[in-house]
Design a protein around this ligand. Structure first.
Ligand SMILES: [Mg+2]
Length: 335
């Protein structure tokens, strides 16, 4: 059997339950944005780790070392944001091929430090090792959150509205700019910047976690088409998504017009937006939207609704069902 036949999550499902059987009360293992380990009666540690491989997750000649250092930490912090956690500690391990200079590594660490400084987050350890050919980066982060403010993927309820922060698809647009060597116009530069230096929604995640009307929450790393399925699987629900309500930035619309991209497809399946995806009880949405905008000077977009029924997404355009064959990013798929 090839890995591409079962995909990343098919592989994980082959062993996750075996280890989860060792898990004690109040601990959460494989299956959410972070693992959860109780600290005391009031607080949990939440822990996540991410691996970035040269040529798979980044193209070394397209991203500066500072940006790479920043992004390596940012993608991990986004998982803490999804748990509503406050960042506390980080660990960094790097596999370094011979041709990487000390100057390159200094610049990488300076980008990593820049984001660490924002949260006064110490780098507590890690490992450095030689790698045969490609640069390999592994980051682990630990955050802390109140037990009463946990918002797991399993918490979506029938009738909840599905919401997202920010815009979707900009990062995928940025990747297209890089891969197609498009001219560095201000618009294209903006999209590339969204791809290289995503801002993890830490403050927004902590604020949303305090709202009792917010139920399930996660971050969008692979695209809403794939990530929403995780919430639906964990909550045993289905969903409808109104594609015309997906938040598309002016920059992505402009890039799409100029280059013949499909902005809806990029918003659904592009990935690496690192925005928050969460569900809210419908009767509280107006109040939540108003308070969020007052707090962050930005809007929340309501893009769909949680339904009962077999896990899956019904994609609508102006109320009419459409087929969406793009199911988000799968590491081992050839599609
Ligand atoms: Mg995540």
């Amino acid at each position: 059997m090839d890995l591409k036949d079962i995909g990343e999550f098919g592989f994980i499902n082959r062993f996750a339950n075996k280890f989860n059987s060792f898990i004690k009360k109040d601990e959460i293992g494989i299956g959410d944005d972070c693992a959860v380990i109780p600290i005391n009666e009031s607080y949990n540690y939440v822990i996540t780790t991410d691996l970035l491989n040269e040529d798979i997750h980044f193209l070394k000649n397209k991203i500066s070392p500072e940006e790479l250092g920043y992004k390596s930490l940012a993608v991990n912090l986004s998982d803490l944001a999804a748990m509503g956690a406050e960042p506390k500690f980080s660990f960094l391990s790097i596999g370094i091929p011979n041709h990487i200079s000390v100057e390159y590594l200094d610049a990488f660490i300076s980008g990593f430090y820049k984001l660490s400084e924002k949260y006064k987050m110490p780098l507590m350890g890690g490992d450095t090792t030689k790698s045969s050919d490609k640069l390999i980066i592994n980051v682990t982060v630990i955050g802390q959150c109140e037990k009463t403010e946990m918002h797991l993927r399993s918490m979506a309820k029938e009738g909840d509205l599905i919401c997202v922060t920010g815009f979707l698809g900009d990062s995928a647009g940025g990747l297209k700019v890089l891969l197609n060597n498009l001219e560095p116009s201000p618009n294209n530069k903006y999209l590339v910047q969204k791809h290289h230096t995503p801002e993890p929604r830490i403050q927004e995640g902590m604020w949303l976690a305090k709202q009792k009307t917010v139920h399930a929450m996660m971050d969008i790393s692979d695209g809403i088409a794939s990530d929403l399925i995780h919430i639906l699987n964990a909550s045993n629900k289905s969903a409808i998504i109104h594609t015309e309500k997906l938040p598309i930035s002016e920059a992505l619309l402009k890039g799409s017009t100029e280059n013949n991209w499909n902005p809806i497809e990029l918003a659904c399946s592009g990935g690496e937006d690192y925005e928050l995806l969460f569900t809210v009880s419908a009767k509280n949405i107006d109040k939540l939207k108003k308070e969020y905008t007052a707090q962050f000077s930005e809007n929340i977009s309501v893009v769909g609704e949680i339904k009962i029924g077999e896990t899956g997404i019904n994609w609508l355009k102006n109320g009419v069902e459409i087929t969406n064959n793009k199911n988000g990013f799968n590491h081992f798929s050839n599609k």
